[in-house]
Design a protein around this ligand. Structure first.
Ligand code: PSU
Ligand code: MN
Length: 307
């Protein structure tokens, strides 16, 4: 039944059947996270980084009435060019978008769901959705945090942007039973910055240890794991500079009445514009860095499986 709606490319299918490492990649970052043509270049480069580190990339999106795991060059270009014209699909949007054959980028939540259906265990992204600032009034908490509680996928990210309330995001992750693991860090990173001022629950210094932990997590029938990997030092931004852009972007969104699913894309766009592209360079660098670590964890997980 599901297989009718799940389209896995031959390359990804063969890799999964042969027990090779596969890394899922999300596509809201392409449609709503970055402008064209940098979004297309980023998507292509990130796939290449996964390959260079010994795994097969599977970019996930909704297209032609299917959940696609693995996209060809033309499909990637289609998504990148559509940008904000494409929809942004979180868990609750899936059936409506698939049944009406619309095109959508998949959020972290939706990418996790499709990765699990396809049998992919590791997923690389930039930043996850979380608890927005002012959530006590708006109740704006990303469905990503719920998905992490139940869906058995390891998500490699660079922490959470401080467009979110990081303390509350970490609290909800704790409530939801989601382990937050630091890769070579004790500090939970804040996307453009290597440190948020908050700590991770557990930290590991290599991929093999993380693979071992993931395997046990799923043997215990538990859900997703958030693996936090800080932005490389040379791309880290200045705290005062990025904090300034973020607070201005939040003010602008408030003044224009932008909220709900449009809020994150609006904030990202404003920050890119205000920083004149500097934040985009940092964003691309950290996604590539996450893709590299995800590929290595996926490879370690396969070795571990073959033990
Ligand atoms: N945070 C970022 N960049 C992004 C997103 C979040 O720094 O591109 C995207 C991801 O796809 C994430 C989604 O899953 O936004 C969360 O949206 P919402 O807060 O509406 O759930
Ligand atoms: Mn939201």
């Amino acid at each position: 039944m599901i297989s009718k709606y799940l389209k896995i490319t031959d390359e990804v299918n063969v890799a999964l059947k042969q027990g090779k490492a596969v890394v899922a990649l999300e596509s809201t970052i392409i449609t709503h996270g970055m402008p064209y043509p940098q979004n297309l270049e980023m998507a292509q480069q990130v796939e290449q980084v996964v390959r260079d580190n010994g795994a097969i990339p599977a970019t996930i999106a909704l297209m032609d009435g299917k959940m696609c795991a693995g996209l060809d060059g033309a499909e990637l270009e289609h998504l990148a060019k559509d940008g904000h014209k494409a929809l942004k699909a979180s868990r609750r949007d899936m059936a409506a978008i698939i049944s009406s054959k619309q095109v959508a980028g998949t959020t972290v939540a939706t990418t996790m769901i499709i990765a699990q259906m396809a049998g992919i265990k590791i997923f690389a992204t930039g930043g996850i959705g979380g608890v927005h600032k002012g959530a006590s009034e708006s109740f704006d908490i990303s469905a990503d945090l719920n998905e992490l509680s139940s869906t058995k996928v390891g998500v490699v990210c660079a922490g959470a942007k401080s467009i979110l309330d990081i303390a509350k995001t970490l609290e909800v992750l704790e409530t939801n039973g989601v382990p937050v693991i630091g890769y070579k860090t004790k500090d939970f990173p804040a996307f453009y910055l290597r440190k948020s001022g908050f700590f991770v629950d557990h930290n590991f210094d290599n991929e093999q240890q993380i693979a071992k932990m993931l395997k046990l997590q799923w043997q215990l029938n538990m859900g997703g794991v958030l693996i936090a990997n800080p932005i490389p030092k040379q791309y880290e931004m200045k705290k005062s500079e990025i904090d300034n852009y973020i607070s201005q972007a939040i003010k602008k969104a408030g003044a224009l009445g932008i909220e709900r699913k449009h809020l994150t894309p609006f904030l990202l766009k404003s920050i890119f514009e205000m920083s004149e592209g500097k934040s985009l360079i940092a964003n691309i660098a950290l996604v590539k860095n996450n893709a590299k670590v995800a590929a290595k964890i996926a490879a370690a997980l396969q070795e571990n499986n073959n033990d």
